[in-house]
Design a protein around this ligand. Structure first.
Ligand code: GLU
Length: 464
């Protein structure tokens, strides 16, 4: 591959709020496209909204991407650090007559807008200051700093083949001359995006469809600068569970919150991948499979809706499939937050309990019984620990004091006690589970007991 055909994608978040799942999906797809085509993925922080951008939001972006394994090859580039470059291009455009100063005051613009609205027209700049051969411009007012406007073509259409929306055509008559620099000389948003996409040699822009109205304007600037625009894919919105556009205002959680809640990065990638893209009916897949399958031809056209129950189910599938060795450190992290230091038994504990868990937090809840005190509920005690079964529990404690401490020997001890006391398995197993694990529902009792120390089991059986 030559450098000119190498795929280059980017994620260009504005750090104005904590990044949520709807936002990070706009990172996942360009990342996956770059990875699956052997290209580069660039991270660009669009921080020109100085009032609303925060370092904390940048940190959450970086942390979320690192957690999900969405690694970038270049950047992060910060737009605020590229001001000189934008100003250089602005000067060049003015020199080449691609942009012109406009001295129309805010009041005059407002008046124009009102007049157009009253006449049921779309409000747009009327080209007063646009120089044309033979046209006399108004006298430059004194002491007024102009904005710089892009000389948008006045005829023809701007068209592109969107990878999601198909062919989109916008008539240039619909577009007025965009302000590309403010009176203080600072560049505006759409202009910076184009300069960046050019300088960063972006080949594919994959972003939310809230930007689709910017695209014709951006394409015109590309063309004015004699550059070929990239391929565009505008992703449909992600809705929250209530069917509203996912946003922080409507209670969307920051991506990092899902890590706290015990979700696995690969499960998140799997779930997010399906939120707007499909590979047949495949629901559960690994990161490697996803990268093998991903392309821009199977992006969904309609809004996708977040469904936490589905995410939990996907997470549970990944949890089950994951090796206990790999799972243990993640559960150890959850335990550490509770002040519990785990040990090597955690690997076996993960193996025993992962099938009944949907998050590492749920797994940590089970594991905690091995490392911290438990308090069976009064209801469970009342239901399962009767006077009739107490003698059998005492016998079991006595037998367990001397058997070899492994699953098979523990199983034989339990069977002997059942025979001696004429009991069926559940009659003894339920109370023992309540006493040792704090709940009557656990995996196979011999395996559970073998994972505790002998002392701990006997100590807990004595609380019957
Ligand atoms: N900064 C924009 C946003 O966060 C993305 C712009 C783009 O991808 O072109 O919505």
């Amino acid at each position: 591959m030559t450098t000119s055909t190498k795929t280059r994608t980017r994620f260009a978040p504005s750090p104005t709020g904590f990044i949520h799942l709807g936002n990070i999906r706009s990172a996942l797809y360009p990342w996956a496209f770059a990875r699956s085509t052997g290209g580069d993925f660039i991270l660009r922080i669009e921080d020109t909204d100085v009032e609303r951008s925060t370092q904390a939001a940048v940190d959450v972006i970086l942390e979320s991407m690192a957690w999900l394994g969405l690694d970038h090859d270049e950047g992060p580039f910060y737009q605020m650090q590229r001001m000189d470059r934008y100003k250089e291009v602005l000067a060049q455009m003015q020199q080449q007559d691609l942009a012109y100063p406009c001295y129309m005051s805010v009041e005059a613009l407002d008046a124009l807008r009102e007049k157009q609205m009253a006449a049921k027209q779309k409000p747009r700049y009327d080209g007063t200051w646009r120089p044309e051969p033979g046209k006399a411009l108004p006298p430059v007012p004194e002491g007024v700093k102009p904005v710089l406007r892009f000389r948008n073509p006045q005829t023809g259409v701007v068209a592109w083949d969107d990878k999601v929306k198909g062919r989109v055509e916008v008539s240039n008559e619909e577009l007025d001359d965009l302000v590309i620099a403010r009176p203080d000389g600072t560049p505006t948003y759409n202009f910076c995006v184009v300069v960046d996409d050019i300088d960063m040699s972006i080949t594919h822009v994959i972003r939310g469809d809230d930007h689709v109205n910017n695209t014709p304007r951006q394409i015109n600037i590309f063309r004015a600068l004699d550059k070929e625009p990239p391929v565009y894919a505008h992703l449909p919105t992600v809705l929250n569970e209530q069917g509203e556009k996912m946003s922080k205002r409507n209670g969307a959680k920051p991506v990092t919150q899902f890590r706290e809640e015990g979700f696995l990065p690969d499960a998140m990638v799997n779930y997010l991948a399906r939120l707007g893209w499909s590979h047949g009916d495949d629901e559960i897949f690994s990161r490697a499979q996803f990268l093998e399958w991903f392309n821009l031809d199977h992006l969904g056209r309609s809004a996708a809706q977040f469904d936490e129950a589905k995410l939990r189910w996907v997470n549970a599938q990944h949890l089950k499939a994951m090796g206990d060795d790999a799972l243990a450190p993640l559960v150890a992290e959850q335990l550490a937050k509770r002040g519990i230091v785990a040990d090597e038994r955690l690997v076996a504990i993960c193996g025993l309990f992962k099938d009944r868990c949907d998050t590492t937090v749920a797994l940590a809840n089970w594991a905690a019984a091995f490392y911290a005190d438990i308090t069976p509920s009064e209801a469970d005690r009342a239901q399962h620990i009767s006077d009739a079964v107490r003698p059998a529990i005492v016998s079991l404690a006595a037998k367990l004091a001397s058997v070899a401490w492994d699953k098979t020997s523990i199983a034989s001890a339990i069977k002997e006690v059942l025979a001696e006391h004429g009991l069926k398995m559940p009659a003894l197993a339920m109370p023992v589970r309540v006493l040792v694990m704090g709940t009557p529902q656990t995996p196979s009792l011999d395996a559970v007991l073998a994972t505790f120390s002998r002392e701990k089991v006997i100590e807990r059986l004595k609380t019957a």
